[in-house]
Design a protein around this ligand. Structure first.
Ligand code: ADP
Ligand code: MG
Length: 705
């Protein structure tokens, strides 16, 4: 008799990172000198010796093949905001007609995907189609789907960044350089590198695949273009942190497993505010890795959902009238001598270093808020920022009571104390007394200080976090560089630090707002303070190519004028394309599903009225007639609005010569006409027989899983 194989339960420690060519794997698989050389490149940013690459490539290949890999791919992040990959197999022919498996250092370091099919915003036309991917050894390679994945940066023949990763890496270097300068001047002799750290909290919706398949709008645009409010929404607040349903928790468990294997530190999961909305938060890591990992998180959520008959929606606003999704980009700076530069410590009022870095961030955000605004803009986010039901698109900083108090003391002479949180007494003797945080939370602030980091909460849920972090790193690097310049010239560094902090508080305190950002009063107040309120993606994009923006990005070698212009073109084009697809999808559903169903219903009503009338003159048909009149009236208006939308889409073509005008036309004419079409359709949904209505409703989709 055959024995059952002994299956050992894989422990979480074994699973974690098991598909990553990480430090532990490199240490065991690489010769000592090679390992050391590679580490130097990773940790100190020294150029990589090509002979090292050969050895590393070979070790990577052996490791991947043991796991069952047949291919390798350069994994990159073009301006589409998602990832791209082209797979090559390891095989190489021998003279006797067989194959051997090979992977050279050259193949590891450099790839050559055709750049012409990715958005380049004019860079491509000028510099031909050739594009290169270059190995980013600071983010570990990993194994997935029988393939060795090599994280890479993507650039043109002449070195212009065609992707989101190159500028991000440049911005990290820029920030490190300036932060280290400041630290030196403050007397720190040990830190040689400062990395920005990020923990992005990812929000998403989960719905049933069977319902999704019946909605062309979800399939083609990621959001519902139609749908009236369900009888139940989020008003009972029973979903947030609620018990996770079995089907969802099965899905989440599998997501965690997959992510852990890839070395993603998936940590927290919970139900979000809206029904069917959830969140996944990883433990923070280096910005570059966090950005790669966030891409893996988004991809894994979608992939695993499909296995469970579910669909994951990453769109910022899949359902109108229901909370949207964002990404909370928790950001800080940490030194390689072990300090978090935004950690206030126990007595922040005495912590000069903390106060200097804190105020540097405050100044950066105030001075360059337009840049952060563009970085958080995408067509989906227009439904969240500055829209009726969302916070205004005004950037401000929440500091909380303790820090605000310290800054006030500093402005008025000097800080003598830090308010402490004290203890929390719950009033039940068996419950422990908890130390209280020194600040409460503020869930309405777009940029909130949360203890030892800032949380940039405007970031779109579907987008790469590379852009927001590139912006953040660059503007903070700029302020730090100015601070370093001043300190270098100072005779009394201590006094100069005090003066700088005081000056920043005085000049930039307008950006600090601890109140309710969702209130109407804030919009008025912000205007009084002179804070920009940039209401749409299209309105924000031109700030990318303002003199101020070009200067700061060029100053730190993050993006050149040409690269900024290419992004300006790409973002505007993307906006126009997205709205165009939405409009066409809307027209398709309106004309081929909603209109016919409504007409059919009206016909049935008419037939039933006639039938009743011919059966007996005594029965009243008043209700049917009233309904018929109402339906017909809405159908009339609907049909007229459909015609208007068709015309708008046609007219949009004529504006395509100028990217800005084109995008503006889509925003001002096409998008607004779409809203009118929707109003009629949503009204019809409430009138037409449910058995005829062609689309799953909000209630179906939001309460079905
Ligand atoms: P909070 O309670 O403020 O939400 P959490 O500890 O739950 O804080 O963290 C939220 C997110 O912020 C997590 O992804 C976490 O890893 C991340 N985070 C924590 N510390 C830092 C840091 N120093 N830099 C960047 N992100 C951080
Ligand atoms: Mg949070």
């Amino acid at each position: 008799m055959e024995k059952e194989p002994l299956v050992l339960q894989e422990t979480l420690e074994d699973t974690f990172g098991s598909n990553v060519f990480n430090d532990a794997v490199m240490r065991t698989r690489l010769p000592k000198n090679i390992y050391k050389a590679l580490k130097k490149t990773i940790d100190e940013g020294l150029p990589l010796d090509p002979s090292v690459a050969d050895v590393v490539a070979n070790a990577m290949k052996d490791w991947a093949i043991e796991k069952g890999a047949t291919h390798f791919t350069h994994w990159f992040q073009p301006m589409t905001g998602i990832t791209a990959e082209k797979h090559d197999s390891f095989i190489s022919p021998t003279s006797d007609g067989r194959v051997i498996l090979e992977f050279s250092g050259k193949e590891l370091i450099k790839g050559e995907p055709d750049a012409s099919s990715f958005p380049s915003g004019g860079l491509r036309a000028t510099f031909e189609a050739r594009g290169y991917t270059a190995w980013d050894c600071t983010s570990p390679a990993f194994f997935k789907d029988k393939t060795l994945y090599i994280p890479t940066a993507f650039c043109s023949y002449t070195g212009e960044a065609l992707d989101k990763k190159t500028p991000l890496l440049r911005s990290m270097e820029a920030l490190s350089k300036q932060a280290v300068r400041v630290l030196r001047l403050l007397g720190n002799t040990t830190a040689t590198k400062v990395t920005t750290t990020v923990g992005p909290e990812q929000e998403y919706f989960i719905i049933d695949k069977k319902l999704y398949d019946k909605r062309k709008d979800l399939i083609l645009t990621g959001r519902t273009l139609f749908g009236s409010k369900p009888p139940k929404g989020q008003e009972l607040e029973d979903h947030y942190f609620g018990a996770i349903k079995e089907r969802i928790s099965g899905f989440m468990a599998e997501v965690d497993q997959e992510l852990w294997k890839l070395g993603v530190l998936a940590k927290t999961k919970h139900n979000e505010v809206a029904p069917a909305q959830h969140e996944l938060a990883p433990i923070f890591s280096t910005t570059n890795i966090a950005t790669d990992h966030n891409q893996l998180v988004m991809e894994t959520l979608k992939k695993v959902a499909a296995r469970h008959g579910l669909v994951c929606l990453l769109h910022e606003k899949p359902f109108a009238g229901v909370n949207g999704s964002g990404k909370h980009n928790n950001w800080s700076m940490s030194t390689n001598d072990g300090q978090n530069l935004l950690d206030p410590g126990k007595t922040p009022h005495e912590n000069e270093q903390f106060l200097l870095f804190l105020t540097a961030v405050i100044q950066a955000v105030d001075e360059y808020s337009e840049i952060l605004r563009v970085a958080a803009a995408n067509p989906g986010n227009d439904h969240r920022l500055g829209a009726n039901e969302a916070p205004p698109a005004i950037i401000s900083i929440f500091l909380g009571e303790q820090l605000s108090d310290i800054l006030e003391q500093l402005e008025n002479g000097g800080a003598k104390s830090s308010k402490s949180g004290g203890e929390l007494r719950i009033g039940v003797t068996t419950l422990p007394t908890l130390p209280k945080d020194s600040t409460d939370r503020n869930r309405t602030s777009p940029f909130a200080f949360t203890g030892n980091k800032f949380e940039f909460r405007m970031v779109p849920s579907s987008a790469s976090i590379a852009g927001p972090n590139t912006a953040l790193n660059t503007i903070v690097a700029e302020i730090l560089s100015r601070i370093a310049d001043r300190l270098e010239k100072a005779t009394d560094v201590d006094a100069e630090v005090q003066a700088i902090i005081k000056e920043i508080i005085k000049n930039h305190k307008r950006i600090v707002f601890n109140g309710n950002n969702y209130s109407d009063e804030w919009v008025v107040e912000a205007e009084k303070r002179g804070l920009p309120n940039i209401k749409s993606t299209v309105a924000s994009i031109p700030y990318l190519i303002s003199d101020k923006s070009i200067k700061v990005f060029e100053n730190h070698g993050v993006l050149s004028k040409v690269e900024l212009h290419s992004r300006y073109e790409i973002f505007l084009e993307e906006y126009a394309k997205v709205i165009n697809i939405e409009a066409l999808t809307m027209l398709d559903i309106a004309k081929r599903q909603i209109l016919p169903a409504s007409i059919k219903f009206a016909g049935e009503l008419a037939a039933s009225i006639n039938k009743i009338k011919s059966a007996t003159a005594k029965a009243s048909t008043a209700a049917e007639e009233k309904l018929l009149v109402e339906v017909s009236a809405v159908v009339d208006s609907f049909s007229a609005n459909i015609a208007a939308l068709e015309k708008a889409v046609e007219e949009a073509e004529a504006t395509s010569g100028d990217a800005l005008k084109h995008a503006e036309f889509y925003r001002d004419v096409v998008f607004t006409t779409m809203a009118k079409v929707r109003v009629d359709a949503d009204k019809l949904e409430t009138l037409v027989d449910a058995s005829i209505w062609p689309l799953p409703t909000y209630a179906d989709m939001l309460f079905n899983v």
